[in-house]
Design a binder for this molecule. Structure first.
Ligand code: UD1
Ligand code: UDP
Length: 370
């Protein structure tokens, strides 16, 4: 009975927090342990005020098939012992796919939050995860009309799709630190408002290709050397690849930290002159914060961000070129973006999804009009 929310990574913790709050004690949180470092998981559970999860074992740090196999087997045992009425998964991670397959195997209603995103890049495990989850989901919560159209084009019946907006919009609004807290965060790293770059990298296409990783780090180093400080909070995957490839000397001119907490990251993103990232969530968050972003990727499943806020570039010289062009727009460029609405929703996505999960569904909240 009730709802089980299955997740395993940092961005999922961020994006289900408000939904879990709205569902209250009837909802159960199951964490596969895909992310397991205190800095990637435990700290977020505390900071976001999430309920104590049931943890699976032996999932994190394994190759994809091992994560899926270990996750699926343990989830199946949990669902057999106490079947939830609905299972919720968010996004496109291995944890989300394991949750989806476990629900499917037990005939439990599956709700997919962030349905219908497509990069059409089949080299990404996330693209396979998304397509597989959407193909077995009973309720597909599409953030945008474009996501709905992608699902329709794949033959998903209309009655399974709800356009809800993306829950990241309310996450940003709830957790953005105040101006004085943001000043303290900047002071900690010696940064001046609107005069630094905040960068993150963790996609295999950037980290597992040593040439790409070297080129992007060199471009970030050149930006710093030219006078714009670059803050780089390193994902553990990226840290490991930099060390293994002997690229640590390229970090010399950068301000490098471990992964940041959510409020700290948002606060520093809000006042950055520019972000450079391959993150999915960051593509959405910059549209709420009104900041420009250079997306270092081959493709994106979030083209809504590209019109005004973001541009897509390959690793290498294009990163520096795009960054310098965006930085040259200065204060007028930042003011222009600050005035634009986010294409990802109105901050009520979690409310709409919670209404879909209610036992006797009341009238849903007004449809999303970004
Ligand atoms: C995963 C998701 C990706 C998401 C990202 C969010 C998949 C296929 N990928 O990528 O979509 O954008 O999470 O951050 O699900 N590691 C640690 N400590 C941790 C977590 C990871 O050291 O707490 C290291 C381990 O060496 C691990 C590697 O990072 O093998 C990769 O972790 P994994 O969870 O497999 O993929 P991510 O790159 O984090
Ligand atoms: N984030 C964070 N600390 C960091 C880097 C990112 O809290 O040091 C947040 C970021 O604001 C976003 C989420 O983590 O909400 C994105 O996670 P990630 O880039 O790892 O995954 P993706 O969104 O690409 O799946």
């Amino acid at each position: 009975h009730g709802t089980a929310v299955v997740l395993g990574t940092r961005p999922e913790l961020v994006k289900v927090t408000e939904l879990l709050r709205l569902l209250g004690p009837e909802a159960r949180l199951i964490h596969t342990g895909q992310h397991y470092d205190e800095e990637m998981s435990g700290r977020f559970l505390t900071e976001l005020g999430l309920p104590e999860p049931t943890f699976l074992h032996g999932v994190g740090g394994r190759p994809r098939a091992g994560q899926l196999a270990a996750g699926l087997e343990q989830l199946d045992a949990l669902f057999a012992a106490a079947p939830p009425a609905s299972v919720v998964v968010q996004g496109d991670t291995n944890a989300a796919l394991a949750g989806a397959l476990a629900a499917n195997a037990r005939g439990i209603r599956l709700v997919h939050v962030e349905a219908g995103l497509r990069s059409h890049d089949r080299a990404m495990p996330e693209e396979h995860n998304r397509v597989l989850i959407d193909s077995v989901a009973d309720v597909l919560c599409a953030p945008t009309e474009a996501n709905r159209a992608a699902l329709r084009a794949e033959g998903v019946p209309d009655e399974r799709i709800e356009v809800t907006g993306n829950t990241v919009v309310e996450a940003v609004r709830h957790h953005l630190p105040s101006p004085s807290e943001r000043a303290a965060l900047r002071a900690r790293h010696g940064l001046a408002p609107d005069h630094y770059v905040l960068a993150t990298l963790h996609r295999p296409e950037n980290t597992d290709d040593t040439g790409a990783l070297r080129a992007t780090l060199a471009e970030l180093g050149a930006l710093a050397a030219a006078g714009t400080p670059v803050l780089l909070p390193l994902h553990p995957r990226t840290r490991a690849r930099i060390d293994a490839a002997g690229l640590a000397p390229l970090l010399a001119g950068l301000t490098v930290t471990g992964p940041l907490g959510y409020g700290a990251f948002l606060g520093l993103a809000r006042d950055a002159a520019l972000l450079v990232s391959d993150s999915g969530g960051v593509q959405e968050e910059v549209t709420v914060l009104g900041r420009p972003l250079v997306v270092v990727r081959r493709s994106t499943e979030r083209p809504e961000a590209l019109r005004d806020f973001a541009e897509l570039v390959r690793p290498g010289a294009a990163v520096g070129e795009a960054a310098r062009r965006r930085l040259a727009e200065g204060a007028p460029g930042l003011r222009r973006l600050a005035a634009l609405p986010s294409p990802f929703g109105d901050g009520r996505a979690s409310e709409r999804i919670a209404a879909l999960l209610a036992p006797a569904s009341p009238a849903p909240a007004a449809p999303a009009t970004p």
